[in-house]
Design a protein around this ligand. Structure first.
Ligand SMILES: C[S@@+](CC[C@H](N)C(=O)[O-])C[C@H]1O[C@@H](n2cnc3c(N)ncnc32)[C@H](O)[C@@H]1O
Length: 244
């Protein structure tokens, strides 16, 4: 199996609005006709003309719906979100009972403050109900060593710049090594036919497999194509290679 990052698109083309002011975007999970009371509403503050981390990319709601549909398995699970941005998947996981650490680049204090705002908008108190930390891919800083034991690492749309693919993989390999049995589950958007992480997976002794996305969103009556906006998005799982 190859893990090319295929396709082509402009990574800014999901931004169709022109407003620079902050607005709140609402995401609804569940609430279908068969279980209308089983419903979660998340409100995400966004600034469309801000940096990458201030709005919710198409990969995020897809990962969030995937987590919502496995919410029974999330209770008390310890989850780290990398490159969280507005943090929709991690916030959904926390609302489903997981103990979540949200992270983004430690050199972007405004992005980390925006993550905290996303948490507070959803009645999650940083430091109490959820944690927010600066964690830069490829750098094994104190924040990485201070992380709790993890069951799951998640990320939405972090493979968008090939110059940092190895940094992400190094961080993931290190964390999977420290947390045997944990998995890294992430969504990525195809942007270039030339991008591929296969050699990096081999180098860092990792194994990747694709996760079928056909049923994601069905419980909430959501069509994933609505979020994809014409892009191709994949859901992958990475684990440590089992010793032979
Ligand atoms: C395309 S955005 C995706 C944001 C969010 N996960 C989503 O899907 O809406 C990429 C995110 O990765 C973060 N990021 C970029 N480079 C990083 C690095 N070297 N270390 C940690 N985070 C980084 C950005 O700040 C941004 O939040």
């Amino acid at each position: 199996m190859r893990f090319h990052m295929n396709g082509s698109s402009d990574e800014n083309d999901i931004v169709t609005a022109t407003a620079s002011a902050e607005h709140i975007r609402k995401f609804v999970f569940g609430g279908g006709a068969d279980a209308p009371e089983d419903r979660l509403e998340i409100k995400i503050p966004e600034i469309l003309q801000g940096a990458y981390s201030f709005y919710t990319w198409p990969c995020a709601p897809i990962l969030a719906h995937f987590l919502w549909e496995r919410r029974q398995t999330l209770m008390c699970k310890r989850i780290l979100e990398l490159g969280a941005g507005t943090a929709l998947p991690g916030i959904v996981a926390a609302k489903c009972g997981a103990r979540v650490v949200l992270s983004d680049n430690c050199i972007l204090p405004k992005s980390l403050a925006h993550i905290q705002k996303s948490c507070l908008t959803n009645q999650l108190q940083p430091g109490v109900d959820i944690d927010v930390v600066g964690l830069s891919w490829g750098l094994l800083l104190n924040s990485v060593f201070r992380l709790p034991v993890l069951d799951l690492i998640i990320a939405a749309d972090c493979f968008y710049d090939p110059s940092v693919f190895e940094d992400i993989i190094v961080t993931v390999a290190f964390l999977l090594e420290r947390n045997r049995g944990a998995k890294f589950i992430f969504t990525y958007q195809e942007r270039s036919a030339d991008w591929c992480i296969e050699a990096l997976l081999k180098k860092w002794k990792l194994h990747a497999s694709t996760i079928n996305m056909d049923d994601i969103g069905k419980q909430s009556g959501v069509d994933l194509l609505e979020f994809m906006g014409g892009h191709t998005i994949h859901l992958l799982e990475i684990t440590l290679n089992e010793p032979e």
